[in-house]
Design a protein around this ligand. Structure first.
Ligand code: NAD
Length: 420
């Protein structure tokens, strides 16, 4: 689909543009830019899979390591029909700055397979995952590149990757992936971590803008792991979630949705659409709602120059990666919208992935309160670090976060020097 190809090209162009803006603001020397801007390694793999009907279908997969300057590459694996190499490169680049913003000892990576997992059986998904894992095996490992879940990949899929890698090595290697099931070395709190990080950073923004949590209004685009659980956390904290959506449509209630009930409804029916007592609204209406907080939690390029003018939210919390285009960014900035950029807002996921890896490598098992308390500390500190740059340097929050992330990677690069 040509429109999709254009959108996916944009994601990497956006990542490069944001790097340039941060590098310019930091007055970064050209030699360092040359060493940290582009991916260090990119691998494209063919993934032939025997389907249930006996036919062999070939899928294309990718693993990109954008940076290993501050530690092993870290980043999710996405299964989606629109996955392209450029999209994976963009996502890998954002992972580098994200890990640096929250100051965990990782670089950035990402992987993906262009496929429609919703139309595949569990057997087909398992065979595809295991073949892909063996194809990217030379790149991954607990000390060099650690995958995790992303859109439409699950703890079960991580377990298959862990098992495939372990079979090849001849011994169990828990730390090769994060986001695993708890019974297989997964961390308590990992499933909710991205949403929790989004909640903590949004709470920080609300304090800054003096918006009380109780009764605050929220709209959420995308009701999956990040968006659904974020909606739940805001609901529990006393905010009113007025609208939410998934690929099938959007629901709205001016009194506020009963989010635990919406969750249960989605579990049973597969969608939020048709939730009893809610009105149905269009996707563009959801983005234009008069709310305190708008949370884009689906995919890239949700808010563009075409719909940014209609946004009325005071805060945008980017739970998704790259949901706002640079042109829309400029428009929202002019309107005075307080935007919490993706590399800060959704960094809770990779932070608890880091905790999972630390526990695996040290054979530890932390309880959930420990995990959540450590996560809150890192997210609050990171939000305040970015806020300080935003206020001191009078730059918007995205540029402030990119300056912090790019600046830390640049420091590591200068200290390590150039090999050989
Ligand atoms: P998910 O598969 O659990 O959920 C995605 C949700 O978005 C689904 O409900 C889907 O129906 C919905 N969706 C897709 N396209 C949509 C559209 N056009 N309009 C409305 N809804 C739409 O995925 P996730 O893990 O929640 O990831 C969502 C975003 O968050 C992605 O950008 C991902 O990269 C980012 N993210 C996720 C994590 C994590 O730990 N899960 C961490 C960091 C960033």
């Amino acid at each position: 689909m040509p429109a999709t190809a254009k959108v996916e090209m944009n994601a990497y162009a956006v990542a490069l543009e944001n790097f340039d803006l941060a590098a310019n603001a930091l007055e970064l020397e050209e030699n360092v830019r040359a060493m940290i801007k582009y991916p260090e390694r990119e691998l494209t793999v063919s993934v032939p899979v025997r389907m249930d009907d006996g036919k062999i279908v070939r899928f294309e997969g990718y693993r990109v390591q954008h940076s290993t300057q501050r530690g092993p590459a870290k980043g999710g694996i996405r299964y989606h029909p629109n996955v392209t190499r450029d999209e994976v490169k963009a996502l890998a680049t954002w992972m580098t700055w994200k890990c640096a913003v929250v100051n965990i000892p990782y670089g950035g990576g990402k992987g993906g397979i262009t496929c429609n997992p919703k139309s595949m059986s569990m057997g087909e998904l398992e065979r595809m995952t295991r073949r892909y894992a063996s194809a990217i095996l030379p790149l991954i490992g607990p000390e060099k590149d650690i995958p995790a879940p992303d859109v439409y990949t699950t703890p079960q899929i991580m377990a298959w990757i862990m098992d495939t890698y372990s079979m090849m090595k001849g011994y169990p290697v828990m730390g090769v992936v994060t986001g695993k099931p708890i019974s297989l070395g997964g961390s308590l709190g990992r499933n909710e971590a991205t949403a929790r990080g989004c909640y903590y950073t949004t709470r920080g923004a609300m304090e800054q803008l003096k918006i009380p949590m109780k009764g605050a209004t929220v709209a959420v685009q995308g009701f999956g792991n990040a968006g659904g659980i974020a909606a739940q956390l805001f609901h529990e904290a006393g905010a009113k979630v007025l609208a939410c959506s998934d690929t099938k449509g959007c629901i709205h209630s001016s009194r506020g949705l009963d989010i635990p009930a919406v969750m249960k409804f989605k579990e049973v029916t597969g969608s939020v659409v048709g939730f009893p007592g809610a009105d149905s609204i269009r996707p563009d209406e959801l983005l234009a709602l008069q709310v305190d907080v708008l949370i884009p939690a689906a995919l890239e390029n949700a808010i563009t120059e075409e719909n940014a003018g209609a946004v009325k939210a005071k805060i945008i919390s980017e739970a998704a990666n790259g949901p706002v285009t640079p042109e829309a960014d400029r428009m929202l900035d002019k309107k005075g919208v307080f935007l919490i950029p993706d590399i800060l807002c959704n960094a809770g996921g990779v932070t608890v992935s880091y905790f999972e890896w630390v526990q695996d490598e040290n054979h530890l098992f932390w309880d959930e309160n420990d995990v959540n308390a450590k996560l809150e500390k890192i997210m609050v500190r990171s939000f305040n670090d970015v806020l300080k740059i935003h206020l001191d340097k009078k730059v918007n929050m995205r540029l402030a976060a990119n300056m912090l992330g790019v600046g830390r990677v640049a420091d590591a690069c200068r200290i390590r020097g150039l090999y050989p």
